[in-house]
Design a protein around this ligand. Structure first.
Ligand code: ADP
Length: 723
């Protein structure tokens, strides 16, 4: 062989290899052989299962479904075999799927049809045989659930005592009859069993129509009846169910919906799928005999809800996991979770809405309460005779009442935001700022006419922390005026009292002394005349002088007597609490002191003893000393405008000191203070201190004055303790 030949050979080999690689492998050809009509529902389901599985592999599988059309063709099966051989020559067939033992028998009878072609069996009932698949074959062990369907029927109708079986004369019909009868006899010996298989089909229907409703009827198979007539078992199913007047059962899922109560069903599509899986393994080169046979799986239990209802069969008798078909669709069963979900959403929404409504109602109630309480507060505040201003933390007005607006003459709009202090007298603003809460202060507030009037003010801290304060005020200007007038009156009364005392004293003195003095003057004049004569009558002159002496004595006596009288008049001694007397008198002087901005204070010892004395007289003494001190203090600048009274025990007496911080008493005047008519005041009388001294001394006490070492003067008086 030369090199040219070699090259040509290699080229051809390469070309064929490339062509082989590019040509897709031939499709597998599979004949599926069914015993009966290809269009029956069970067979269609098997086919669907096979096709679905083959569709999943990459290599194409060509399926050729064929039917033996049993039992119609039972007499001319050789023709059928010939026909199949002609249409599917063995060279073109890779695998045969044989459905049922009838097909199995057929293939065994005509071994030349597809010699050596592997087989996969399905639908071969092995409930009464332990059939072994032949050489070069594998398959599924299918169980037609006749017995399980009988068990279901007895479970659903526990009171049934009779079972009637619809069956046929064909070999497979008889096979199932045997299986069922044996099962009933073994498991339910008390139940009467009647088989209608010996009757022609129509007669079986008539018998079914006579059954009482507490019977169990069951359709097994009816390929051929006792007369030899052939039937399509699936086509009969509906007619048989309609004829029965007792609940009837059929072991095919297709019966559920055609009038049968239910079954433990064959799932033919699954059978088809499992058979196709085995087929693929064989096609891919596995030895069929070495492929393990998959375990038998029992199909589901299914019932027709309408039949349960029709026969009054309780759902509680159903085995767990039963599929209840044809239950009327209601929203609840169909969309239970949607409905529950929606209801949940609606409920949550409703709760939210209810919550919001509740909150709103609560808020509205609270707002209404606040409004009502605000309006109540405003009504009260507006009708109160007190001025009220609500201020924020910066002391600016937030709200004020009618009384305030009437007093200041401003409108509410103008007042809001204004500083509280700005309404007061500049001298008082500091005291407002320093005022301790709740303590009343007398302050000057500017009225609508621009004039300042006296107001008693209090500031109360607003609740809730640093929120400002509520200022309230009462117009006390009238009271102040009245007090001032009263004070003036009191001073005048005191002055008049002194005057009248003096007047009385003078009148008494003049009256009492007038007579002896007139008599003295008369006697003296007579004596003058007598002395002027030439011969003075000495005797008469002596008489006159004796009368004068006598009258003089009388006058002295009168004076002594008057003094004694004065003493008796002022003394109405009682046991006195000097402390309360001091407080009383200070209260009298208070407004006068306020008027002149003089600060009064008092200091007293605890447990002071009582004194013996005349309350009016002693009041007059203290009043006089205090008025003098206040009048001295008001001449001074404010820090020195103060008067302090102290009451303390001093040996067997109680000593009262009235101290001021004024200008004191000039040294040359100190000794003359207690002289009657000594005064430094333009409108003074100069009788206060002498009368005081008189009164104190009449109480066996002592009154004296001295300048203080620092500022001002102190007047002291003592009163003996009451025994
Ligand atoms: P009057 O008050 O009418 O002048 P008084 O007898 O009460 O009469 O007072 C006499 C004088 O004593 C007063 O005019 C005043 O000069 C002086 N005097 C009284 N008390 C004080 C005092 N506390 N400080 C200074 N001088 C005083």
């Amino acid at each position: 062989m030369n090199s040219g030949h070699l090259l040509a050979g290699a080229g051809l080999w390469l070309l064929s290899a490339v062509l082989q690689a590019q040509t897709p492998p031939r499709a597998w050809r599979v004949v599926v052989l069914h015993p009966t009509d290809l269009y029956s529902r069970n067979i269609a389901q098997i086919d669907a299962g096979i096709r679905a599985t083959f569709a999943q592999v990459s290599r194409r599988v060509e399926l050729f479904p064929e039917s033996l059309h049993l039992p119609q063709n039972a007499q001319n099966l050789s023709d059928v075999a010939e026909d199949l051989k002609r249409r599917h020559p063995a060279e073109l067939v890779d695998l045969v799927i044989a459905n049922s033992s009838y097909v199995d028998d057929f293939l065994n009878r005509y071994p030349n049809l597809w010699p050596g072609i592997p087989r996969v069996h399905l639908g071969t009932d092995i409930s009464d045989t332990d059939r072994v698949f032949g050489p070069n074959a594998t398959g599924l062990k299918v169980r037609i659930e006749m017995e399980a369907t009988i068990d279901l029927a007895v479970r659903l109708q526990p009171n049934a005592r009779n079972v009637v079986l619809v069956g046929g004369a064909y070999a497979s019909d008889q096979h199932f009859l045997r299986v069922v009868k044996r099962h009933l006899a073994e498991k339910y010996p008390a139940i009467q069993v009647r088989s209608l298989d010996n009757l022609p089909y129509q007669r079986q229907l008539e018998e079914l129509g006579k059954l009482p409703p507490d019977f169990i009827a069951m359709y097994l198979t009816l390929y051929q009846d006792s007369t030899g007539a052939y039937f399509d078992i699936a086509q009969l199913a509906r007619e048989i169910a309609q004829a029965s007047t007792a609940p009837i059962y059929y072991s095919q899922i297709s019966g559920v919906g055609e009038g049968y109560v239910g079954c433990v069903c064959m799932e033919w599509e699954r059978v088809g799928r499992e058979a196709a899986v085995l087929a693929l393994k064989v096609l891919q080169g596995q030895n069929p005999e070495s492929i393990p046979v998959p375990p038998t799986v029992r199909g589901p239990t299914a019932v027709d809800w309408r039949q349960l209802n029709r026969w009054g069969i309780s759902e509680s008798n159903l085995p767990p996991g039963t599929r209840v078909l044809f239950r009327p669709r209601n929203i609840w069963s169909e969309y239970r979770w949607y409905v529950i979900g929606a209801m949940g959403v609606v409920l949550v929404q409703a709760l939210l809405i209810a919550g919001l409504l509740f909150q709103r109602a609560k808020r509205r109630r609270a707002e209404a309460d606040v409004r009502e309480s605000e309006s109540r507060f405003r009504t009260i505040a507006d009708s109160a005779p007190v001025m009220i201003v609500i201020c924020n933390a910066q002391s600016n007005c937030e709200w004020c009442n009618k009384a305030w607006l009437e007093f200041t003459g401003a409108t509410l709009a103008d007042s809001i935001g204004l500083s509280y202090d700005s309404h007061f007298h500049p001298d008082d603003r500091r005291s407002i700022r320093d005022a301790s809460p709740g303590r009343p202060l007398e302050m000057r507030l500017r009225g609508r006419d621009g004039e300042y009037r006296w107001v008693l003010c209090t500031q109360t801290i607003r609740a809730g922390g640093d929120k400002g304060f509520i200022g309230s005020g009462i117009d006390i200007s009238e009271r102040k005026e009245t007090e001032a007038a009263l004070q003036k009156n009191r001073a005048e009364v005191a002055h008049l009292a002194r005057l009248s005392l003096m007047g009385e004293l003078l009148a008494s003195i003049s009256h009492e002394l007038n007579q002896p003095l007139t008599s003295i003057r008369t006697n003296a004049e007579v004596a003058q005349i007598l002395i002027g004569r030439e011969n003075p009558d000495l005797e008469k002159i002596r008489e006159c002088l004796a009368d004068i002496v006598g009258d003089d004595y009388r006058a002295s006596e009168i004076i002594v007597r008057l003094r004694g009288l004065a003493k008796r008049q002022t003394q109405k001694p009682v046991s006195l609490d000097i402390e309360s007397l001091v407080v009383e008198v200070m209260r009298l002087v208070q407004s006068d002191a306020l008027l002149h901005k003089v600060i009064l204070s008092v200091q007293r010892e605890d447990n002071l003893p009582l004194v013996h004395g005349d309350r009016i007289g002693l009041q007059q003494v203290l009043l006089n000393l205090l008025l003098n001190a206040v009048s001295a203090a008001q001449e001074c600048p404010p820090p020195r405008r103060k008067v302090a009274v102290s009451v303390a025990r001093a040996g067997a007496s109680v000593q009262i000191d009235v101290r001021d911080w004024a200008n004191g008493i000039r040294a040359d005047k100190l000794s003359r203070l207690f002289e009657p008519f000594f005064t430094t005041k333009p409108d003074g009388l100069g009788m206060g201190l002498p009368i005081c001294k008189n009164i104190i001394e009449s109480h066996n006490g002592r009154l004296w004055a001295e300048n203080n070492p620092d500022e001002g003067a102190t007047f002291h008086f003592t009163l003996p303790i009451s025994s």
